[in-house]
Design a protein around this ligand. Structure first.
Ligand SMILES: [Zn+2]
Length: 458
């Protein structure tokens, strides 16, 4: 490699050996003798980004809800449109949507994704026979595109705090606890047999609105028996109304409840945590759990602002996600983490530190490492034992003009979004070369046909 971002910093002339399994077996930082068969990578190589939060089917409504319905448009009115879509999606449509989306992710720099998946049942509310066809649809899309996948089947049992029953438009989300644990365990077992190195099954609780604390506790302990290091995700404190309802029902705020539950470990990822108190942020950081901020979705839905600067100063582990797919761009997520703080504090380079003076490098490197933690996959850095997932930045691209090696990620994040990502490797295999994914034309055609069949609800 001409130059690469290694854990120890920017390095020129790097030799990396990748085994047939797709994992890195050697990294040599001083050039040295190179075998004749070695491939010379032109450009600047950086770790691929983990997308720690995605609902693939929502790609079908990106751009379709950006107008006024009433003076009270909010997250909750958007959710109605999203439910209408969720109640139209069949497995073949989900494969088409997710395939298109995963190609967009790869080209934008996400080399793996955590799919938080809560649509489980047929349109009529019956269970799928044998394997869950909707779960398989997502897995098939990941295989079609070459992206790394952490699949998170999601438990969703109630419509609100206090054990309220699901609404009619939520029946596709329901699973009993025993069938949930059994299905997750079956996937984990078959993955262990297959050992693809690119896919992993974790689990998610939709939120404390959707799962009682008691069920969450019992289920977490059962899942720990299945896989002690299983990634576990949960939406929490995204909306003020949710925080208030939790307090009315339990006397506690949602993050307080999670902290008191004693369940949080570094395998847990809290999605949003938008309305966390300073004490809660310190508590999350102290447990070594990750927080996933999806700022473009949070902005799109009018959720509120996460206290990024405070959380990072507390030593918090932060990752990013494309969530509702309003935008699919790690560069944009990271840029807005910083811009939000600049606007608030009327300063520049807020999320840089004395030791990490380049904002783009700091944010990209840390989000890749903590995203890997959230996905429970050995990715996020270019180092021995990690999967060979990386991006090659094109030094000839206009957005990179004038950049030195150590400003490459500043250019990517602030000046060019994903425009300079020329090649993308996942598990030692090029999936994007010269700005093109091999399946992009067929995937786009199938996606357009699917979108014509789905009348997008508003
Ligand atoms: Zn979400």
């Amino acid at each position: 490699m001409e130059a690469a971002l290694l854990p120890e910093g920017w390095t020129e002339d790097v030799l990396v050996r990748v085994a047939d399994t797709g994992f890195i077996t050697a990294v040599q930082a001083d050039g040295g003798p190179v075998a004749a068969a070695a491939e010379r990578v032109r450009g600047i190589v950086v770790p691929g980004m983990a997308n720690a939060h995605s609902h693939a089917f929502q790609r079908a409504m990106a751009g379709a809800t950006e107008y006024r319905l009433s003076a009270r448009d909010s997250f909750w009115t958007w959710r109605q449109a999203m439910y209408a879509l969720a109640n139209r999606i069949e497995p073949a449509a989900l494969t088409a949507i997710a395939t298109q989306l995963f190609i967009e992710m790869l080209k934008a720099g996400y080399t793996s994704v955590a799919e938080f998946h809560y649509v489980h049942r047929r349109l009529d509310g019956a269970a799928y026979a044998d394997d869950n066809a909707l779960w398989d649809a997502v897995t098939e899309a990941a295989a079609n595109t070459g992206i790394g996948l952490t699949f998170l089947p999601t438990l969703y049992q109630t419509s609100d705090f206090g054990g309220r029953p699901l609404r009619r438009d939520q029946v596709r989300f329901e699973l009993r606890t025993d069938e949930f644990v059994r299905a997750v365990a079956a996937r984990v077992q078959s993955e262990r047999r297959a050992d693809s190195g690119r896919t992993r099954t974790g689990a998610a609780f939709h939120s404390l609105r959707a799962v009682s604390l008691r069920t969450l506790r019992e289920t977490s302990l059962q899942l720990r028996e299945v896989d002690a290091s299983m990634p576990v995700h949960i939406h929490v404190a995204e909306q003020l109304r949710e925080v208030e309802a939790c307090r009315e029902d339990t006397g506690r705020r949602p993050i307080e409840l999670l902290l008191e539950s004693g369940l949080l470990t570094p395998h847990w990822c809290l999605i949003h945590a938008t309305h966390a108190t300073p004490g809660e942020l310190v508590g999350i950081a102290g447990h070594g759990a990750t927080v996933c901020v999806s700022i473009t979705t949070e902005a799109n839905l009018g959720d509120g602002l996460f206290a990024t600067h405070r959380y990072l100063r507390a030593g918090g582990h932060l990752c990013i996600g494309s969530d509702s797919q309003a935008t699919v761009s790690p560069a944009e997520e990271l840029r807005w983490l910083e811009y939000q703080q600049r606007l608030k504090r009327k300063r520049r380079a807020v999320l840089a530190t004395r030791h990490d003076s380049h904002v783009g490098t700091r944010l990209w490197r840390d989000a890749a490492v903590h995203g890997a933690q959230a996905l429970g996959q050995a990715v996020g850095t270019i180092a021995v034992g990690r999967r060979a997932d990386w991006l090659v930045l094109d030094r000839e691209h206009p957005s990179m003009a004038g950049c030195a090696i150590d400003t490459a990620l500043d250019h990517l994040v602030f000046a060019g979004a994903s425009a300079a990502i020329r090649d993308v490797m996942v598990a030692g295999r090029w999936v994007v070369q010269d700005y093109r994914h091999g399946a992009e034309e067929t995937a786009a055609a199938r996606f357009r046909a699917t979108m014509r069949e789905l009348t997008i609800p508003v």
